[in-house]
Design a protein around this ligand. Structure first.
Ligand SMILES: *Cc1c(COP(=O)(O)O)cnc(C)c1O
Length: 373
């Protein structure tokens, strides 16, 4: 059996360190925000290169607060993609704003820059490129330049992109605001829920800080209508431990991806992940494209190989997010990708020998189909 991912080896290896960190929280009883969360925020400032890091209770909360801090109000428009996890679009609805969906670039699965520019209206307040699979969205420079010209905020959905870089700048330090998730299966995961907002702007940081803690500028004085989106002390302490290892884990993921790349190079019918120049891909997923994806996935499952699909249904075709402006067929690249993407096993502690087993099984499955009359 080769699992798609496995959280056990990481937590076994860190068991003692995590226990000590959690014990410190128990001793201090700083359960909500407090010094362990502040320490983690400081660590994430160094890690991301952004001026500010504000820890919250999930990646979804991070997106919601980033949109509010950017001034998104009911009726405003926010441009993003349907080929992402539901949270990206849900956060726009949380603001009673309107998501405006544009298609993806089929090579990198990120926002199509020309379509983004064409979708801007006087009501557009923000654009949310998603650094899907662990690579900075294609064309971030142009996205930021276009947004600046139109006075639109750029909010990076960096939930899958801890430590990803473009031209030496890290995820979360490129746009106006960056949103991270520490959901346990992300490249850096809490022992529970967690998220964080980064920004280089002092005023935006202040607004996010206010909003995450009931809008209180001092105790029991509510300056704005805020939320209970505070990070827990235990998660802050756990994440400070994990922050020490994330680079090592990222390099392990990159080495596994390089092995997949070498083994799948030239295999007909398998499209490997495109890596952009000047980009550091952190391989939250190693996602290939194949025709007959469902059959290939079934065959790998039968061979004892776990895989995943990110994501099987684009958001404009989900019952909860359907909108008459985007019927079936209206966002064809997203729809095609949803039918063809397949994420192969990858996690820092994965045995590199298993990359060979998976690659061979994938090549066999795809070839078998191509050989059929
Ligand atoms: C995981 C994820 C989120 C949401 O993060 P949570 O911490 O689960 O709320 C948002 N966007 C993307 C792209 C994600 O992968």
């Amino acid at each position: 059996m080769i699992p798609y991912a496995d959280l056990k080896p990481q937590h076994d290896a860190l068991r003692e360190e995590l226990r000590q960190a959690i014990d410190q929280v128990l001793d201090s009883r700083q359960f909500i925000l407090g010094k362990f969360v502040s320490e983690f925020e400081n660590g994430f400032v160094s890690y991301s290169g952004a001026r500010h890091a504000i820890a919250v209770n999930s990646g979804t909360s991070a997106l919601h607060l980033a949109l509010l801090a950017a001034g998104v109000e009911p009726g405003d428009e926010v441009i993003t993609v349907p080929f992402t996890f539901a949270a990206t679009v849900a956060a726009v609805h949380y603001c009673s704003a309107t998501p405006v969906l544009v298609d993806i670039n089929p090579r990198t699965f990120s926002l199509d820059v020309a379509q983004f520019e064409a979708a801007i209206t006087p009501r557009t307040k923000a654009v949310m490129p998603v650094h899907l699979y662990g690579q900075i969205a294609d064309g971030m420079e142009e996205i930021c330049a276009i947004a600046k010209r139109h006075g639109i905020a750029v909010i990076e959905d960096a939930a899958q992109a801890h430590g990803a870089e473009f031209q030496g700048r890290r995820a979360g330090a490129i746009g106006d605001l960056g949103c991270f998730s520490f959901y346990p299966t992300k490249n850096m995961g809490a022992c529970g829920e967690g998220g964080l907002v980064t920004t280089n702007d002092d005023a935006l940081a202040e607004r996010v800080r206010l909003l995450r803690d009931w809008g209180q500028d001092r105790k029991y004085h509510h300056a704005v209508r805020g939320f209970n989106y505070r990070m827990e002390g235990i998660q802050g302490a756990v994440l400070s431990v994990k922050l020490k290892y994330v680079e090592q884990w990222t390099e392990a993921r990159r080495a596994l991806a390089a092995r997949y790349d070498a083994l799948l190079d030239g295999v007909p019918g398998v499209t490997r992940p495109a890596v952009l120049p000047d980009s550091r891909h952190v391989y939250h997923t190693y996602t290939v494209r194949v025709a007959e994806r469902d059959r290939v996935q079934q065959e790998l499952t039968a061979a004892g190989i776990g895989t995943a699909i990110h994501y099987p249904i684009p958001l404009h075709l989900q019952p909860a997010y359907a909108d008459p402006r985007w019927p079936q067929g209206s966002l064809p690249q997203s729809e095609a990708a949803a039918n063809q993407v397949l994420s192969l096993p990858i996690y820092a502690e994965m045995d590199p020998a298993n990359v060979e087993v998976v690659s061979r099984a994938l090549a066999d499955s795809v070839r078998e189909f191509a050989d059929r009359p």
